[in-house]
Design a protein around this ligand. Structure first.
Ligand code: ADP
Length: 263
C-alpha cells in the first residue's frame, strides 16, 4: 500500500510540474505554428523554402501532440463512468487502432464470450488501448501481430495469495499482446515510472504506461505484464465486474421522508 501511495504522490507532483511546463510550451508552439502557416501562405506551394516550412510545421505539430499528451496526464480529467461492455468499446476503437499501427502489423481481435459489464469512462478504455497499441507497434520492427483479447476472470483466494494485493472477485480481462522486441528485467522494473522511456527524444514521453497504470488503479483494477526479450510482451488488465442491481421495492418503502423542519 505504501508503495502505491508513494507512486500516487510522485505522479501528482510530476503531473503538476509537467502540466505547468506543457501549458506554456503549448502556447509558444501555437505561435510557431501560426507563423509557419502564415509564411507558407505567403510564398505559395512551390520551391525549396516551402518544403523547409512544411518540415517545421510537421515537427511543431508532433511537439503539439506530445504536449497534449503531457497535459492529459497532468490534468485531473473529469470522468463520467458508464456501464460498458468492453467488447463494444474495443469494437468501436478497431478502425482507429488499425490506422495507428499501420499496414505492416496485423491486428487480431479475440472478444471473449458473455463478458460481464464494467463501470468506467469509455474514453479511459480508449486511452488504455491507444497507449498499449502504440507501444506494441513501436516494439515490432517490420511485420508482426498485435492481439487484443477480452475474457472473464475469477480471482480466487489461491490466486490472490500468489498475487499480493489482489482482492478476490470477478474481473473482466483486457489484454494486449505483441510479438515484438520484448523487455529485459531493467525495463520491466521501471515500466510504470513517469518519464521512463527507452525511445528516442521526440518519440516517447514515458507517460503512456504511467497514465495506463493511473487509470487502472482509479478503477480498482490490476495490471500484469509478461515479457520475454526477443519474443514479445503481453499486458493484462483486470477490471472489476460491475454488478447491476435493480432497486429493491421493499427497501425503497423503508426510506422515510425526513420530518419537516418547523420555522
Ligand atoms: P513511451 O512509450 O513514451 O516510451 P511508456 O510509458 O508507454 O512511454 O513506455 C515506457 C517504456 O516501456 C517504453 O519506452 C518501452 O521501452 C517499454 N515498453 C512499453 N511497452 C512495450 C512493449 N509492448 N514492448 C516492448 N517494450 C515496451
Amino acid at each position: 500500500l505504501t508503495s502505491q501511495l508513494r507512486q500516487a504522490q510522485k505522479m501528482e507532483s510530476v503531473g503538476r510540474l509537467a502540466g505547468g511546463v506543457a501549458h506554456d510550451f503549448n502556447n509558444m508552439l501555437g505561435v510557431i505554428l501560426g507563423h509557419v502557416e502564415l509564411a507558407m501562405g505567403r510564398i505559395g506551394s512551390m520551391g525549396p523554402v516551402h518544403k523547409d516550412l512544411e518540415r517545421i510545421r510537421e515537427s511543431a505539430m508532433r511537439s503539439a501532440d506530445l504536449t497534449k499528451q503531457l497535459l492529459t496526464f497532468a490534468r485531473k480529467q473529469i470522468i463520467s463512468p458508464r456501464v460498458l461492455d468492453l467488447n463494444d468499446t474495443v469494437d468501436s476503437m478497431l478502425s482507429m487502432l488499425r490506422r495507428l499501427i499501420g499496414e505492416n502489423i496485423r491486428l487480431v481481435w479475440q472478444p471473449g464470450n458473455d463478458l460481464w459489464p464494467v463501470k468506467m469512462d469509455p474514453s479511459q478504455i480508449d486511452q488504455i488501448l491507444a497507449n498499449l497499441c502504440v507501444n506494441a507497434r513501436d516494439a515490432i520492427s517490420g511485420v508482426g501481430t498485435i492481439t487484443i483479447q477480452t475474457d472473464r476472470k475469477i480471482f480466487d483466494q489461491m490466486y490472490c495469495d500468489h498475487h499480493s494485493g489482489a482482492v478476490p472477485g470477478e474481473y473482466v480481462l483486457l489484454s494486449v499482446g505483441d510479438d515484438g522486441a520484448g523487455m529485459d528485467k531493467a525495463v520491466l522494473k521501471n515500466l510504470f515510472e513517469p518519464f521512463f522511456t527507452t525511445k528516442d527524444i521526440g518519440k516517447g514521453t514515458g507517460l503512456g504506461l504511467a497514465t495506463v497504470y493511473g487509470i487502472v488503479k482509479q478503477n480498482n483494477g490490476y495490471i500484469n505484464v509478461y515479457s520475454e526479450p526477443g519474443l514479445g510482451s503481453v499486458f493484462r488488465i483486470y477490471l472489476p465486474r460491475h454488478i447491476i442491481t435493480d432497486p429493491d421495492p421493499e427497501l425503497l418503502s423503508d426510506i422515510h421522508e425526513p420530518d419537516p423542519i418547523m420555522p
